[in-house]
Design a protein around this ligand. Structure first.
Ligand code: GLC
Length: 742
């Protein structure tokens, strides 16, 4: 069986369209409907076997299957036995790596380096394609401002400008230069739209967002994905302003196709078409199928509603077959672009060669280094000396491959991460490195992934065993010269269906940390987590804190590289760290109130805690120091529609090389609407040798200053005065101002 050949010439859109019409013409209604159906390929799926559904022409795509040999078997049935002989698209959630796992997307956003994300997704695509996959359900583009929401781990954080940059980069990484390019897969912008604003941070809960918030904050990453040529979209599960995204024509037809000109196809989330009945939106599956397809939802993921109802809807005249044709065309277009008609099969020996490429793990290690954020380094405790003789590594995730590779592992993935403990031991081959996990941490309510993935479900530790583990950990720390605490969350504590009411360190981790710190030894805290955590006590009492997120297959090496100075941390927070989950949603780009919090009478919005963030958006330290100055604007005044240039110099004033992420924020002082007190409008990660200075340049014009006005119900660029800040985080103080005049 041949594999996907290197396509030498990219067929023109006209050629592809003609090819699609030639395929569509002779297809029966049943054949067409089959192309709008994606079925689960996993053995545990209920219902008829995939082989039988495919043989009957009832499916055009398969998900939840990760088996190269099985892909070829099912493909053979499709192309040789099904009525239409049309090849299948194989899809899977390759969110941050297929076999070589990269840092979770929130971590890659913390690199503030789109190239890091692009390279990561290019490696993921190469491995996935070699496995026989054609299509990934990524990138996830949901803006997240509520840290209780578990899926914050899968996106790029709270800001639309950073989110849009990461969106475009990931689409380029996954898809390559054109849809169907060799060694690449089709990407899927998900979950359209507003999913991260679920009430209370509770996954799947309803979302109520005014149009201005959707258009100014939640849409930009999706629009960036369309502009980058993303092949598919996935609609979100939840009700958006009382209309489920899967049946929302304003989202799927008016905005996505009408305004943005998206020409690919939209797939539902898992079972979401059938779920319209559960959500009390649709009367029954027939109503659900009719309203979803009519709203612009082309493919039904796993619910069966399309397969069961679309033919009847056409035959009784309720649904025009032209609507079916319009949904089938983009599906066939991608199959033609992927070259599946010429090369439907994958070389079953290819994957082992590809995943063994050393540059894949090197890329993962570098991405992990660039994603980590140094939150504290009192007294320059870090970097540590490699001459340390006796170190204790303590914590329940210190030696956990799952916590190191993190949330959203590919279906059937076998964990293979280098843990933090292993990374430290590799870095200190001659030292004594003791380890104790302390009491285990686990969810109070199990994750449905524990049912999905055999072996994930483990019996709980008994209280006696937990207490014994606690004491052992303290004794282990007692004997060492320095303690590295590795605390945070397990891989199932963030991600889908992983919302939390609190964002404290789970279990007895903080108690263990306090007990170890009380021993009076130097303590370093490494965090492995998928969301901000309210580490208020640690922020005051632990001298060195490194946010390592869920760093992927090479995570342990990358953590050790940074702890021991072989890499200088340059990451910045892509999301605000609130002091409590009860403060969520807390984000920097808020409008000013009539009683600004710096007013002496209103030091805090809560009488029981400060409302300032524990760590602000854009924050991150380095082993060196930087100075940002010489802020200049090319003009102090310009007309609506014109642009000006902002420049600033950034100098490495320290003794080691390092990267600084220079960030530009604006504030429009009045306008058609109240405007956020700060908005990120530009950023650049700048590598600098000691003593080196570089000039960074940003542009401010209609693209940066236009917004959707609630009061006017349209896009507007106001004539108004503006503040500009340039600095190293969202609390930058280097200031200038300009005015836009009519
Ligand atoms: C899940 C997720 C979605 C994923 C899909 C297929 O429920 O919401 O992100 O792509 O199902 O696994």
């Amino acid at each position: 069986m041949g594999n996907a050949a290197t396509i030498t010439s990219v067929p023109s859109q006209a050629d592809v369209a003609a090819r699609v019409e030639a395929i569509l013409g002779p297809m029966s209604l049943a054949d067409k409907i089959g192309q709008l159906v994606q079925i689960g390929g996993a053995d545990f799926m209920p219902g008829p076997k995939p082989e039988d559904v495919i043989r009957g022409g009832g499916a055009g795509s398969v998900l939840w299957l990760n088996d190269t040999k099985k892909f070829n078997e099912l493909q053979k049935i499709a192309v040789e036995e099904s009525p239409s002989k049309i090849p299948l698209l194989f899809a899977l959630d390759v969110i941050h790596g297929y076999r070589t796992i990269f840092p979770v997307p929130l971590a890659m956003a913390a690199s503030w380096d789109p190239d890091t994300a692009e390279q990561a997704q290019a490696v993921a695509a190469k491995e996935a394609r070699a496995a026989g996959l054609h299509w990934t359900f990524g990138p996830m583009l949901d803006i997240a401002r509520d840290v209780r929401w578990g899926r914050i781990v899968e996106g790029a954080g709270e800001d639309p400008v950073l989110g849009a940059a990461m969106a475009a980069a990931q689409v380029r990484g996954f898809q390559g230069p054109y849809p169907g390019a060799p060694d690449h897969v089709i990407a899927c912008a998900k979950h359209f739209a507003g999913y991260g604003a679920a009430d209370g941070g509770r996954d799947y809960d309803p979302v109520f967002l005014p149009e201005a918030q959707l258009r100014n904050v939640y849409f930009p990453p999706f629009k960036a994905a369309v502009d980058a040529g993303v092949g598919t979209f996935m609609s979100a599960y939840m009700d958006l302003n009382n209309v489920p995204a899967a049946g929302n024509p304003w989202l799927l037809r008016e905005v996505l196709r009408g305004e943005w000109g998206f020409r690919g196809f939209v797939i539902s989330d898992a079972f979401a078409v059938g779920n319209l009945v559960i959500q009390h939106f649709a009367r029954d599956n027939r109503d659900a199928a009719f309203r979803a397809l009519s709203a612009g939802l082309d493919m039904d993921m796993a619910s069966g509603a399309y397969l069961e109802n679309l033919a009847g809807l056409v035959e009784d005249g309720t649904l025009d077959e032209a609507i079916i044709d319009a949904a089938v065309r983009p599906v066939l277009t991608l199959k033609v672009q992927m070259g599946l008609f010429e090369h439907p099969y994958v070389d079953e020996d290819l994957l082992d060669q590809v995943v063994a490429l050393p540059e894949h793990r090197d890329a993962s290690r570098q991405a992990a280094q660039r994603s980590m954020v140094l939150l504290r380094n009192e007294g320059g405790l870090l970097p540590l000396s490699k001459d340390l003789k006796h170190v204790a590594v303590i914590g329940p995730v210190a030696d956990s491959m799952e916590a190191t590779e993190g949330s959203w592992m590919v279906f059937g993935h076998q964990p293979a991460a280098v843990t933090v403990l292993e990374g430290i031991r590799a870095k200190l081959p001659d030292a004594r490195v003791d380890y104790a996990p302390g009491p285990e941490i686990r969810r109070d309510y199990p994750s449905f992934f524990e049912d999905f993935e055999p072996g994930k479900k483990k019996p709980a530790q008994t209280p006696e065993a937990a207490e014994a583990a606690f004491q052992t950990a303290v004794e282990t720390a007692q004997g060492a010269d320095l303690v590295i605490m590795v605390l945070g969350e397990t891989d199932l504590m963030a991600g889908e269906a992983a919302s939390r009411g609190s964002i404290d360190l789970p279990g007895r981790q903080e108690e263990l940390l306090k007990t170890v710190v009380a021993l009076g030894k130097p303590v370093v805290l490494v965090l492995l987590n998928g969301r901000p955590l309210s580490i208020n006590w640690a922020a005051e009492h632990v001298p060195a804190i490194l946010e390592a997120w869920e760093p992927g297959t090479e995570g342990g090496h990358a953590v050790a590289d940074i702890l021991f100075g072989d890499a200088n941390p340059g990451g910045k927070l892509p999301v605000t760290f609130p002091r409590s989950g009860g403060h969520a949603p807390l984000y920097y780009a808020r409008t000013l109130t009539h009683q600004p919090e710096d007013h002496f009478m209103y030091r805090s919005r809560y009488w029981d805690s400060p409302t300032t963030p524990l760590y602000p958006f854009g924050f991150g330290l380095s082993y060196t120091t930087f100075e940002i100055g010489n802020l200049k604007l090319s003009a102090s005044q310009m007309k609506v529609g014109e642009s000006l240039t902002v420049t600033a110099d950034v100098t490495n004033t320290g003794s080691v090389a390092g990267d600084e992420v220079v960030q530009l924020y604006i504030h429009q002082r009045f306008g058609s609407d109240s405007r956020p007190m700060r908005e990120l409008k530009g950023f650049e990660r700048v590598p600098l040798q000691p003593g080196e200075t570089k000039t960074v340049t940003f542009e401010l014009g209609p693209d940066q200053l236009t917004y959707w006005s609630s009061s006017l119900g349209q896009w507007v660029q106001d004539a108004a005065p503006f503040d500009v800040w340039v600095g190293s985080d969202s609390q930058a103080t280097l200031h200038a101002e300009f005015e836009v005049v009519a």
